[in-house]
Design a protein around this ligand. Structure first.
Ligand SMILES: C[S@@+](CC[C@H](N)C(=O)[O-])C[C@H]1O[C@@H](n2cnc3c(N)ncnc32)[C@H](O)[C@@H]1O
Length: 241
């Protein structure tokens, strides 16, 4: 018998096959990804690292926006396999390399990338400060870290009713959207995800102002936060090395 997979990884392996037909169908997600690409200022020739690439929704938008090159990493082999299929299908193999590794373990060496991007992946990282520092190290001088994520503080005591109300308010807006745009399949997946947010079971969201603080502490300058139009709980942060 092989080594047992950590719970969160197993959950993503399981989600991979229906990712594009659940979260991938929610307009809010695509609006956030488009905004992340726009504010990144991606240009031809740029080297872009996509952390937690999933099925490649963000990477494909970068590839369409500019003649850049993508390095994509994810902990899930299933997610990576689906992204690799798309890369083959669209004839993009020459512009994409991908590797199974985690944000915590990645080791690309200093000054490799013009842009490091991560959308709804880094809230899965519990110890965020070392990862933000390693992102900074992997960027070239003047390179940008682009983070699209949930602006929600789920830290604190699980039995604190105020914390629970805060998370439930977020979940209400997400679940209504999921049902409206992705139907029962999307609703079920996001509902299951909701429990994970409440119990910090592989989901460790912090408020966007905490991410700003983490970036400044890691030595980034010009940290700016862009709201995702129409979706108060989602923001895109850009920080320059
Ligand atoms: C919600 S999906 C986001 C996928 C893609 N970035 C997008 O916006 O559509 C989160 C992805 O992060 C990956 N992931 C979770 N924890 C990770 C970690 N510690 N390091 C790298 N990837 C991780 C999951 O396997 C999953 O593919």
């Amino acid at each position: 018998m092989g080594e047992e997979m950590p719970g969160n990884r197993a959950w993503f392996q399981d989600w991979a096959n229906e990712y594009d037909t659940t979260l991938g169908k929610v307009s809010r997600h695509h609006i956030m990804l488009d905004l992340a690409v726009l504010v990144s200022g991606v240009a031809p020739g740029d080297e872009v690292l996509d952390i937690g690439c999933g099925t490649g929704l963000l990477s494909l938008k970068f590839l369409a926006a500019a003649d850049c090159r993508i390095t994509a990493i994810d902990t899930s082999v299933e997610m990576l396999a689906l992204f690799r299929e798309k890369v083959e299908q669209y004839g993009l193999s020459g512009r994409v390399r991908s590797r199974q590794t985690s944000a915590e373990e990645m080791d690309f060496g200093p000054g490799q990338f013009d842009i490091v991007a991560a959308t709804v992946s880094l809230h899965h990282v519990k110890e965020k400060a070392p990862v933000v520092r390693s992102i900074r190290d992997s960027l070239k001088d003047g390179g940008r870290f682009v983070l699209g994520d949930i602006d929600l503080d789920t830290t604190g005591d699980h039995e604190d009713p105020e914390r629970l109300s805060r998370i439930l308010a977020y979940l209400t807006s997400e679940l209504v959207l999921a049902m409206r745009e992705g139907g029962v399949q999307a609703f079920e997946r996001m509902y299951d995800n909701g429990r994970k947010h409440i119990l910090n079971d592989g989901e460790y969201c912090v408020a966007m102002n905490r991410w700003e603080e983490l970036c400044r502490d890691a030595g980034f300058r010009d940290v700016t936060v862009h709201p995702v139009p129409g979706f108060d709980y989602f923001k895109v942060l850009v920080a320059t090395k």
